[in-house]
Design a protein. Structure first.
Length: 191
C-alpha cells in the first residue's frame, strides 16, 4: 500500500513506514509539512512533546531527517498513521548511541492529531513501534512522559510498559512543574 493512499476511505488508522517518501522530494516535503502542523498544534495545546513553543518547519524537517538517517542505519524506526489518506499521527524510536546501551532503544515521540484522538491512532502507532523494536532485536524499549499525561501513561501501561522511575516536578513549563515519568518494556522477559 502506498503511504500516500494509506487508510483511504476506511475511517480506521493505518500505520505505515513513511521513509519510502524520501525518494520523492515533493512527497517528503508534504509529509514533513503535515507532521509539523500536527506537532505545532499539539504543542500550542500544551502537549508534552519536548517543545515549549511550537516547532518550526525547519526544526521538524531536521528532526525527521535525523530519524530517517538513523532508520537507514538500522538505529531507528519511524511510523506514520493515516486515516482516510490524511496524516493523523507519527512516532519513532531511536536506538541508544552509547556502545554499552546499543541493545536498547528509546520511544522518543508518539504524536496524534487532536482531531483524531479516541480513534485508536496512538495505540496503533505505539503497537507498531513495539513490534518493530522486537523485530530489530531491541532488548529494552524505554520512554519518558510528563506525569500529567494520564491518557498516554494509561496507554503505555496497557501495552505492557512498567514505570521504573519518576523525577518530581522536573519538567518546567513556565511556572508550572510536572513529574517526568520513566517507563520500560523489557523484551528479555518474554523469552
Amino acid at each position: 500500500m502506498s503511504t500516500a493512499m494509506a487508510g483511504s476511505g476506511t475511517g480506521e488508522p493505518v500505520v505505515v513506514d513513511p521513509t519510502e517518501l524520501t525518494s520523492d522530494p515533493d512527497l517528503w516535503a508534504r509529509f514533513a509539512e503535515s507532521a509539523q502542523q500536527i506537532l505545532a498544534d499539539l504543542v500550542r495545546r500544551g502537549a508534552a512533546l519536548g517543545w515549549v513553543e511550537p516547532p518550526s518547519p525547519d526544526e521538524v524537517a531536521e528532526l525527521l531527517d535525523h530519524v530517517v538517517a538513523a532508520a537507514h542505519a538500522g538505529d531507528a524506526v519511524l511510523r506514520a498513521a493515516y486515516v482516510d489518506s490524511r496524516l493523523v499521527g507519527l512516532g519513532y524510536w531511536l536506538r541508544y548511541a552509547r556502545p554499552t546501551h546499543r541493545p536498547h532503544a528509546d520511544l522518543e515521540k508518539v504524536a496524534v492529531d487532536a482531531a483524531a484522538r479516541g480513534r485508536g491512532v496512538g495505540r496503533a502507532l505505539t503497537a507498531a513501534l513495539i513490534a518493530e523494536a522486537r523485530r530489530a532485536g531491541i532488548e529494552v524499549l524505554t520512554l519518558d512522559a510528563r506525569g500529567d499525561n494520564s491518557n498516554a501513561l494509561h496507554l503505555y501501561q496497557s501495552l505492557g510498559f512498567s514505570e521504573y522511575g519518576r523525577l518530581p516536578d522536573f519538567v518546567a513549563v513556565g511556572a508550572r512543574r510536572y513529574d517526568k515519568v520513566f517507563y520500560m518494556l523489557d523484551f528479555r522477559q518474554e523469552g
